[in-house]
Design a binder for this molecule. Structure first.
Ligand code: GCU
Length: 337
């Protein structure tokens, strides 16, 4: 059994779709989920809750296997595996979905959400998000839920206090055109690359820094090589749990319901874990890694890149409706303050 599984997973890793990989000798259909984070990351913990929920109710039929740390490949590679059905689910940031459905470009827009509360309220509005999630159906996969990936900020080998400190700096971005425009709009030179390459690139001086949430410093150890983290708060970008569409369609209505509930539960668990882990990450980054957290004037950074909103809306009409929806949520958020 181990041998067959290894063959299947290796086939998945090199991108070969192997029908029959799901049918393992125990008679259970193996469901494979790939993600790029470590086993202590909130997303992994959320996915463990997903696994437990599904197996408790449908354990005679399904076994859920979680593959962390990009062992099945980078987000982009793992999306392709999900697309062909070589694996069933992948967790990926929206930047990786842009090439399949351009509506996802909106999350690369800097200063899109006024606050974390607004961001969460929009993402939790399942009824509205369903139509966004269905936008990759033609590509053969669909988002089933979202995970909080916090607020993205710049970090570097040298301190960043004002936007001009980014001038001429090579900053890694996720491989997406909208992320490249976003970082270039700040005056830096965007260097797109996969998440797994960032540590070495900073260490070797190929880039000066990157932009991400605090967990990148600890879970991915970037705090060992970049000691200054500036709270300029340019983005809140969700991660998505993406499923192969044929797999979803193969489920009976009852099974589908259980997978939906499992996905919603995984989000709930992930959100709770997230808040705890950010505080922990900051403590570790400061105490064990010597990282300095810098509070900056967010408004100055914001003003620098706000013209990008209009530019992006002009270039991509597909983001218009979601943009309007988010602006309404921002307005509502102001009223509630
Ligand atoms: C975060 C995010 C990932 C993303 C990564 C990156 O860790 O959760 O989905 O891939 O940043 O910057 O590539």
């Amino acid at each position: 059994m181990m041998k067959k599984l290894t063959v299947c997973v290796l086939a998945a890793a090199v991108g070969i779709s192997m029908t029959g990989c799901g049918a393992i000798t125990s008679g259970k259909r193996i469901i494979r989920i790939s993600h790029g984070q470590s086993e202590t990351h909130p997303e992994h913990i959320g996915l463990l809750a997903f696994k437990e929920y599904v197996e408790k109710r449908l354990g005679d039929k399904y076994e859920v296997q979680i593959f962390p740390n990009e062992i099945l490949g980078s987000s982009q590679k793992a999306i392709e595996l999900t697309q062909t059905g070589a694996i069933d689910f992948v967790v990926a940031g929206t930047a990786n979905l842009e090439t399949f459905a351009s509506v996802y470009e909106i999350f690369s827009m800097p200063y899109l959400f006024d606050s974390e509360e607004v961001y969460k309220s929009v993402m939790q509005d399942t009824e509205y998000m369903e139509q966004v999630y269905a936008s990759t159906d033609e590509a053969g996969f669909r988002v089933v839920t979202w995970y909080n990936a916090g607020t993205r900020n710049f970090y570097s080998k040298t301190p960043i206090h004002i936007p001009d400190d980014l001038k001429g700096k090579k900053i890694r971005v996720q491989p997406s055109p909208a992320s490249v425009s976003m970082v270039n709009a700040f005056g830096a030179a965007a260097a797109p690359m996969g998440f797994g390459e960032v540590y070495t690139a900073i260490q070797q001086g190929v880039i000066d820094g990157a932009e991400n949430n605090e967990l990148a410093l600890t879970n991915n150890k970037h705090g060992e090589v970049a000691k200054y983290y500036a709270y300029n708060k340019h983005q809140m970008v969700p991660d998505m749990l993406v499923a192969n569409l044929k797999f979803l369609n193969s489920l009976s209505p009852d099974e589908y319901g259980i997978f939906e509930e499992a996905a919603a539960l995984s989000t709930q668990v992930e959100l709770e874990e997230w808040d705890k882990s950010i505080q922990e990450a900051k403590n570790i980054a400061v105490k064990d890694m010597g990282v300095e957290f810098i509070d900056v004037d967010v408004e100055v950074f914001k003003q620098r890149v706000l013209p990008l909103h209009e530019k992006m809306l002009k270039e991509n009409p597909k983001i218009a409706d979601l943009y309007r929806h988010i602006q309404e949520a921002n307005e509502k958020g102001k009223g509630e303050q």
